[in-house]
Design a protein around this ligand. Structure first.
Ligand SMILES: NS(O)(O)c1ccc(OCc2cn(-c3ccccc3)nn2)cc1
Ligand SMILES: [Zn+2]
Length: 259
């Protein structure tokens, strides 16, 4: 009996199998800009993605994920709150149902239509991604909000491939995609210590949430909703939508803001 986003197996039930769900550094959170601490020691982040090698696009039953070759330091995020370069591993999305919110982080109580997570791991300190994913300084996830407006000029490269990964467990080749094309113009960010937002909910993430959203169209976002949570062989057809965890308690944490 696996976790999901439904009434019985959704975020409010995760704590039964994953008690860390009630931990002290859970994600996402509501970011309150006026309460974030402007920190002049926080430098800019650098995204070195020019040599990145995307491998495949997959439906893991929770989201659609694009994986990268992380066998060397060819593509990393560095700077900002990070003490080491973190290696690009994958990116995926969270989104809502038609017209309703879908981001995981919220800003002063307001959600966006979707949120992109670009996942990196600390290969300087840890041998494998799985080791890093369970360590307090193991992961760095870049969060990018998606708001509704005009078509995004490059998102079609992802949405055009979604029909090939409609069902859980499907994956297809997806080479030559550079996530740089999904970034907003400004890399100003908020940062705080948090967790994976899905089980196993490890408290291993340094979150870097960009302040500026990217703009995508309702039509493009709607394409994500043709994905299904279920496998092709399952009777129960469940449209993949509302795959977001609501904001968690900030507890004793502060959010810092880049300049
Ligand atoms: N939504 S998010 O960007 O916070 C996000 C990012 C990465 C995630 O990876 C799943 C995962 C599983 N494990 C794992 C590690 C060791 C043993 C077993 C499983 N590590 N990561 C999940 C959520
Ligand atoms: Zn995520």
């Amino acid at each position: 009996h696996h976790w999901g986003y439904g009434k019985e197996d959704g975020p409010s039930a995760w704590h039964r199998q994953y008690p860390v769900a009630k931990g002290n550094r859970q994600s996402p959170i509501d970011i309150i800009p006026n309460e974030a601490r402007r920190d002049s020691t926080l430098g800019p982040i650098f995204l070195k993605y020019d040599q990145c090698r995307s491998l495949n696009i997959a439906n893991n039953g929770h989201s659609v994920v694009v994986e990268f070759d992380d066998s060397d330091d060819r593509s990393v995020v560095l700077g900002g709150p990070l003490d080491n370069p973190y290696r690009l591993k994958q990116f995926h999305f969270h989104w809502g149902g038609k017209g309703c919110e879908g981001s995981e982080h919220t800003v002063a109580g307001v959600g966006y239509a979707s949120e992109l997570h670009v996942v990196h791991w600390n290969a300087v300190k840890y041998k494998t991604y799985n080791d890093a994913a369970a360590a307090p300084d193991g992961l760095a996830v870049l969060g990018i909000f998606l708001e509704l407006g005009d078509d995004h000029r490059w998102l079609h490269m992802i949405t055009d491939a979604l029909y090939t990964v409609k069902f859980k467990g499907s994956a297809t080749d997806f080479k030559g995609f550079n996530p740089k094309c999904l970034l907003p113009s400004s890399l100003h960010y908020w940062t705080y210590l948090g967790s994976l937002t899905t089980p196993p909910l490890h408290e291993s993430v340094t979150w870097i949430v960009l302040k500026e959203p990217i703009v995508v169209s309702e039509k493009q976002l709607g394409m994500f909703r043709m994905l299904q949570f279920n496998g092709e062989e399952e009777d129960q057809r469940m449209r993949m939508e509302n795959n977001f965890r609501p904001p968690q308690n900030l507890k004793e944490r502060i959010v810092r803001s880049s300049n």
